[in-house]
Design a protein around this ligand. Sequence first.
Ligand code: C2O
Ligand code: CU
Length: 481
Amino acid sequence: RLPEPFTLPLAVPPVLAPERRDDATDYYRIVQRVANASVLPGYSTPIWGYNGIFPGPTVVSNRARRTVVTHRNELPVPAVVHLHGGHVPEESDGYPTDLLYPVGGGMDAMGDTMGRPDPSAHTTIGERDYTYPGGQPAATLWYHDHRMDFTGPSVWRGLAGFHLVTDDAEQRLGLPSGVRDIPIMLADRAFDARGGFVYPALDPTSTHTPGVSGKFGRGVLGDVVLVNGVPWPAHRVDTARYRLRLLNASNARVYRLRFDRRGGSLPIVQIGSDGGLLARPQELTELTIAPGERYDVVADFSGCAVGEQVTVYNDLGAGTTTRVMRFEVAQQVTDTAVVPDRLTEFETLERRTAVATRRFAFRQGDAGGMRGWVINGHAYDPVTPIARPRLGEVEIWQVSTDLDHPIHLHLNQFQVLSRNGRAPLAADGGWKDTLYLTATGMAEIAVRFTDHAGRFVMHCHNLEHEDMAMMATFTTTAGIG
Ligand code: C2O
Ligand code: CU
């Protein structure tokens, strides 16, 4: 009863209109609620959605302005909203214990922070304002639930959406825009016989039984690849360049994407990574994208004939998950979009300027009596920081893995210095906030946290690993002088 691949049209999430604007700020409102979505033809899928849709509405911020998003929680569980990739103060970052309880409370039934009390948690009932100060460069960010121990099931049920930052410099570049600038959210799901999402945990509204067990210890996978919530969609394109903002919002699945056309592959040009534009575009023939990562690419269909098809395959998939989506070239046009040789400029974080080196080992381990995933031997503890970097200082962080882990830092993007003692991969360029390391990998990254003193987290973005304690707090402190 699954649809034939490439028969359903691609959906693009609606751009959210602000409730109001003043001189410096745009104000938005999002209601998190239970809803029914049409995902598989002929079925209705219960979801948890931002404004009741999956993916949630796209928020578009201008770098020069402040954005305030008021979230109202009408779900049956507490929520936490994290702006992934956002450079924001701690109270708006979505710290995992800063719970937004449902309207009407229900706090007693919820307990507080799942048996691990966190005296510093800023909890709220019903509604909460998340304030994003702006100032960061144009980038493809996303927002998703981040509740301690329950991010996996919450995101699986639909709590994820795009948040794009734009600025004047980006708009002057002449990149593909409008209907030729498309956010592409990849997320795999499994379905039950009635069309519902299947998540292999106990009661999804539980506040006491986090994580998954047994064969799901490496994360929850589905057999259906959704693109913007549509199974294996097709999209009709013109003979033109398209900007595709690829986001892997899957809980655990990693994709290696290849754009296949008859007789070869369509090269794609990477123009940006997690934190914004690259200095220069670079051509790639395939692209590995792990949970949490974004790659901003331009696919050029101008050399295609009308009627030609370009199919996006996942070379890490098996069976139904080898296919992702298809582009069907439908119309001949004259395209004026360009990809300039220079996209932006940014500072390189120099190794020699680093004031400290820290090591973080991502390993299987004991998470409070259950088999889990830990960092430097510690299961996530919201109270005790693992590091206290000073704002403004460059540090080298050496991160290493036992198995595959996409490693994510909040607050600031970083730059990749090395992988396994060698030069980084081509796709590691620019400002990253999530870095995929395969088994027994090691990478050195240059980090520099800025502006916001407070507590933030680093964690594995395999959401089941995150829920099974592969997360740590770091506290940024003001520099001396
Ligand atoms: Cu996308 Cu800490 O998360
Ligand atoms: Cu992991």
